[in-house]
Design a protein around this ligand. Structure first.
Ligand SMILES: CSC[C@@H](O)[C@@H](O)C(=O)COP(=O)(O)O
Ligand SMILES: [Zn+2]
Length: 213
């Protein structure tokens, strides 16, 4: 598939903006986190996306922050940059959902929530207004945010992604690691990510409240 220079530049500019925004909140500690947006068409099997390069300080902006990869996570152009170590998870999410953007961050609250509900394998949230950010409009809606094991071998995680996805929930948590949130585009993926992080903080603080701590 041919990606126009214009499309590539637009995708990199979009990633640069969201990267700076999330970095300002401290959501990329110690080089953690990765971001991607889909580029070009929305073919289910063969597609291209722009993704952050691996191991870089995501709180600074450099010309080497992003590259294009194909659906297998391999660079589509000659480059010395390495795509994110977690690129295969992005590929699987794109393949399974047809999303347009995927954002991954490590935060204290997503880690704590995943620890709290690890045995249940999902994080329950009931009746919190911000659930509506997922386009779920029922009163007192109940949702379960899936948690996957945090294997060191990324392909082992990637193969669990499709089976773990809950259609109306645009995110997956890795146990004591972080969240992957997605959406039809960068605007929607950011809204979803912010909602998840709010809900994780709510869940954790609510747990303390009910324990009288
Ligand atoms: C520095 S710990 C974080 C990494 O192990 C990984 O989980 C992560 O989110 C960032 O990896 P990266 O290869 O830079 O995309
Ligand atoms: Zn990570």
């Amino acid at each position: 598939m041919t990606i126009l220079l214009e499309e590539k530049q637009r995708a990199f500019a979009e990633l640069r903006e969201i990267k700076a925004n999330l970095a300002a909140r401290g959501w990329f500690p110690a080089t953690s986190g990765n971001l991607s947006v889909r580029v070009g068409g929305f073919e289910p099997e063969a597609f291209t996306f722009a993704i952050t390069s691996s191991g870089r300080d995501k709180s600074v902006q450099t010309p080497e922050d992003f590259l294009l990869v194909n659906e297998k996570g391999l660079p589509t152009e000659a480059t010395s940059l390495r795509p994110s170590a977690e690129t295969l998870i992005h590929s699987e999410i794109y393949r399974a959902t047809g999303a347009g953007a995927i954002f991954h961050v490590h935060t204290i609250f997503n880690n704590l929530a995943s620890e709290l509900y690890w045995e249940r394998k999902s994080i329950p949230v009931v009746g919190v207004e911000l659930i509506k950010a997922f386009n779920i409009w029922e009163e007192d809606a109940q949702i379960e945010i899936p948690i996957l094991p945090n294997y060191a071998d990324i392909p082992r995680i990637a193969e669990l992604v499709e089976g773990a996805i809950v259609p109306r929930i645009p995110g997956i948590v890795l146990h004591k690691h972080g969240i992957y949130a997605w959406g039809a585009n960068a605007f929607e993926a950011k809204r979803h990510l912010e909602a998840f992080e709010y809900l994780f903080e709510y869940v954790y603080r609510s747990h303390l409240l009910h324990k009288g701590l």
